[in-house]
Ligand binder design. Structure first.
Ligand SMILES: Cc1cc2nc3c(=O)[nH]c(=O)nc-3n(C[C@H](O)[C@H](O)[C@H](O)COP(=O)(O)O)c2cc1C
Length: 386
């Protein structure tokens, strides 16, 4: 009997620390403060240690074999910036204008769900961070906090609202009007997510993304509407009529996000889109789709400056921003890196990510001899394959 108690005590002593450690493992960040950034790849590694594996996998992962996810960043290496040592610039100007807004640099935040899965202050901290950086936050339909509350967290901060359109047009009208009343400056319609991509990291981690979706639930309040029922209402096929509808009920400029072909861009412009958002959702949807940067010049040629182009997917360096601008983008958006900043430093961390990219872009512009964003856009990249 005594012996078995001793064995039990020994087993307890051996396993207890791990059990306690597991219970104490960080699940959600509460960090707030400046962060040191070497580069955005290092930032990803640091952030992975601060939140639980499931939530991190949801943020970091891509669809299936992650070919498109990897390609999004690798593809920037195919084009090169020829340095112009003769120009000898001492300083450069990053500021630009987009949809009537003055911005200190051409880098904005892409819409993302999940802020509340990784940081206690969720989208509230993110918008304070984009405000500090002087840039635009894009608020997702699936933000963790109601759009009104995000707006109130940084009342002066410009933001766009992204809609996953529903089959229920009453909801669509309700939410874009609510976003407008909260202060949204534009509506982004995302067209590339009729169904979620097959992201295996969630399966591996047994992770079931089940955050509340306040921007959906508020409309169905009092009705018998579960979250999964609300998601099942998501609209799948799009036409120009949807763009016209959102424009007319919101009275705001409309950007169409998830454009990956010149034909889709053409259709969106014909329906009155005020901007084209070239994106493959950061490699999270169709694996095997082209890298977003590969499609950018083809789409830009078709758009032919009729409306501005926002570009995202895979941007991790100032030189990537440079190359996107030189390939037809007017504005570049970042996704995951901002969430890594949020995990590591809350609003300050988000600001630091933007400042870091601005710093890298500044260096690239000085070395390339491009004095401002217009000059970057005129720069002809070198393609050694051609
Ligand atoms: C965790 C996560 C959640 C996202 N949620 C949304 C969303 O709710 N709506 C949307 O239009 N795009 C969403 N996206 C896609 C981003 O807007 C953007 O296209 C993508 O992150 C850009 O790629 P990058 O992360 O390589 O910068 C999400 C991306 C991530 C990483």
């Amino acid at each position: 009997m005594i012996k078995s108690i001793q064995i039990f005590a020994l087993a307890l002593a051996l396993f207890m620390p791990q059990t306690l450690m597991a219970a104490e493992a960080p699940t959600i960040s509460e960090a707030e403060g400046p962060i040191k950034i070497i580069n955005l790849y290092e930032l990803e590694k640091q952030a992975s240690q601060k939140v639980n594996k499931g939530a991190f996998g949801y943020v970091e992962g891509g669809a299936e074999d992650e070919v498109t996810l990897r390609g999004n960043t690798l593809v920037f290496d195919k084009k090169q910036i020829i340095p112009d040592g003769l120009t000898g610039l001492e300083g450069v100007e990053l500021k630009t204008r987009f949809l009537g807004l003055d911005l200190p640099s051409p880098i904005i935040l892409a819409p993302m769900a999940a802020h509340g899965m990784v940081h206690k202050e969720a989208d509230r901290a993110t918008i304070r961070g984009t405000h500090k950086a002087g840039t635009i936050m894009s608020v997702s339909t699936y933000s963790s906090v109601l759009v009104d509350e995000i707006a109130q967290s940084a009342p002066e901060a410009p933001f766009f609202f992204q809609i996953y359109m529903s089959k229920d047009s009453g909801y669509n009208e309700f939410i874009v009007k609510r976003a407008k009343d909260a202060g949204a400056r534009a509506i982004i319609i995302t067209i590339d997510a009729g169904t979620p991509g097959n992201r295996e990291s969630d399966l591996k981690n047994n992770y079931n993304y089940s955050s509340p979706t306040p921007n959906v639930m508020i409309y169905y309040e009092g009705q018998d509407m579960t979250q999964s029922q609300a998601r099942a209402l998501r609209k799948v096929g799009f036409s120009g009529e949807d763009i016209k509808f959102i424009k007319s009920v919101s009275g705001l400029p409309v950007l169409v996000k998830g454009i990956q072909s010149p034909e889709a861009a053409e259709e969106a412009i014909k329906a009155g889109a005020d901007g084209i958002w070239v994106s493959n959702h950061g490699g999270r949807q169709l694996d095997g789709a082209p890298a977003s940067f590969d499609m950018l010049p083809i789409i830009a040629k078709a758009v032919d400056k009729r409306v501005p182009i926002v570009f995202d997917s895979g941007v991790r360096r100032g030189t990537h921003v440079f190359k996107a601008l030189a390939s037809g983008a007017d504005i570049v958006a970042i996704g995951r890196p901002a969430l890594y900043g949020l995990i590591l430093g809350g609003s300050e961390g988000v600001n630091d990510v933007f400042q870091h990219l601005n710093k890298e872009l500044t260096t690239a512009m000085i070395l390339a001899g491009t004095k401002d964003i217009e000059a970057v856009k005129q720069n002809r990249l070198f393609d050694p394959e051609k």
